[in-house]
Design a protein. Sequence first.
Length: 121
Amino acid sequence: MTDTQPTTETERADIAAFLASHLNGRTDEELSTEFHQLLDAVRTHGKKGELRITIVVEPPASGVDSAPLPIGVESTVKAPKPTPVKSLYFLDDDGLPVREDPRQMAIPFRTAPSTDTFKDA
C-alpha cells in the first residue's frame, strides 16, 4: 500500500521577468547601469568587484492572506578603487613623520653663479 500525497505546486515566477517589470522597468535600468559601472571599474583597476541584489518581501500589514505583499529591490555595488599613492616618510626623534631622514646630514645648497661666457675646449 502506497501513500500518495496530493502535490500542490505553485507556479514559479521568473526572477528576470520580475526584475524587468518591477517599478515599470526602472529597477532593471538601474541594475543594468550599476552592473556596467562595476564592469568598467573592474576593467580599469584590475580588481574584483561585487553587485548584490536583495529582494525584500514584507508580510501584509493587515495580516490578511489575500492582501498585497510589499516587495522591494535593493542593490549594493562594491566597485574596486584605485590603489592609493603612497609616499615615504621618516620618523624624527619626537615620532613625527618628516620627509628628510633625520639621521642624514643636511647638505647645504647654494645657487650656482650664472655666466654668459663659454670656454672652448
